[in-house]
Write a protein that binds this ligand. Structure first.
Ligand code: ADP
Length: 328
């Protein structure tokens, strides 16, 4: 197995998906469809996405000694992910029970289970795998203190996907390069910090406001509208002359931030579950290969565009060959 270039530290869940006519009211019982069980959890999703696009990836996390744990192991190892530090612990594998109503809206109950065992102590024991990795990827479905241990202890580049929305300490924010958030997570972080988000239609201003919270760079994802990249202007930024800039650069305001918009690909979206996770996994692989953040976001955008055209999370993520086919 190759030395991992990307180490994802995070959650693994079984997604238990069922259709219901309507959400149960208090005290009510509703009959749902058969349950469809698929491998999920933000951390495992990101590792699978990264492995499928050809990255040398390892996953650090915990599952239970049960069928759901086996399902996750299978999915991760089929994507070529190194599972040396995926532990089997004495707790049920985490689950996300996802109830889908006919209008397509989801109601989700997450039971963390084994993910609670991704503790600071466990991360100290596995430091040899994430401590020196070129790129480490974090999300917020494991204990916050564990996120902080890795964010502050990693020597490589740290990608922090602040999802689901939760408070981040200043040390985690300062380590994030980039901080990756969608619009609702961005709104949460800015409100939590008491910072103004800027006008709702000015996503460049929102990305700049996020940059002022302390991360080294920001990627704000906007669903079908693509993504905005904000970075502190680097003196040594070198751009290949043939790099066609599809997006329009927003001129910097009071600070030395460079903000670039990367449009999404126009596709027929069928299921956006895991879109953000496929985006983060692909982004990490491209950063580990030495790409600029903007270039990495362009690859991530292509990967996520394929993912939304297919059902499911991990099952919908494209391989490198599928990505190349989709582009022609
Ligand atoms: P999340 O899934 O975390 O809520 P977003 O909805 O912002 O995040 O989606 C993440 C990325 O997935 C977007 O930046 C975009 O590149 C891609 N994406 C999401 N929805 C679509 C869509 N309908 N069409 C094309 N690309 C999409």
């Amino acid at each position: 197995m190759q030395t991992p270039q990307v180490v994802v530290v995070g959650s693994a869940n079984a997604d238990l998906v069922l259709d219901i006519d309507h959400r149960p009211a208090p005290g009510e019982t509703v009959i749902g469809s058969d349950v469809v069980t698929t491998p999920g959890g933000k951390g495992a999703n990101q590792a699978v996405a990264a492995g499928k696009v050809g990255g040398a990836v390892a996953f650090v996390g915990c599952v239970g000694d049960d069928d759901h744990g086996a399902l996750l192991r299978d999915s991760l190892s089929s994507a070529g992910v190194d599972l040396t530090d995926l532990r089997t612990v004495d707790a049920p594998t985490g689950t996300a029970t996802i109830m889908v109503t006919p209008d397509g809206e989801n109601s989700i109950i997450v039971s963390p289970g084994a993910n609670r065992h991704v503790t600071p102590a466990m991360l100290e024991e596995t430091r040899s795998s994430w401590g020196a990795a070129p790129v480490v990827v974090l999300q917020l479905e494991i204990p916050v203190e564990s996120v902080a241990v890795v964010a502050t202890g990693a020597r490589g580049r740290v990608v922090v996907n602040a999802a689901p929305a939760a408070r981040l300490g200043s040390a985690v924010l300062a380590a994030a390069d980039p901080l990756v958030v969608n619009e609702s997570e961005a709104a949460f972080l800015l409100e939590d910090a008491g910072a103004a988000a800027g006008p709702a239609d000015d996503t460049g201003a929102t990305a700049r406001a996020l940059l002022r919270l302390g991360p080294r760079s920001v990627v704000l994802t906007l669903g079908a509208a693509g993504a905005v990249v904000a970075e502190t202007r680097r003196a040594d930024a070198d751009r290949p002359s043939d790099d066609v800039r599809v997006g329009d650069e927003v001129p910097p305001a009071d600070d030395a931030a460079e903000v670039v918009r990367v449009p999404a690909l126009r596709v027929e979206a069928v299921d956006t579950t895991g879109a953000g996770d496929s985006f983060v996994g692909a982004l990490a692989v491209e950063l580990a290969a030495g790409a600029t953040l903007e270039r990495a976001v362009r690859l991530a955008t292509r990967v996520a565009a394929v993912a939304v055209t297919r059902r499911g999370a991990q099952t919908s993520f494209p391989t490198l060959e599928e990505l190349e086919r989709a582009a022609t």
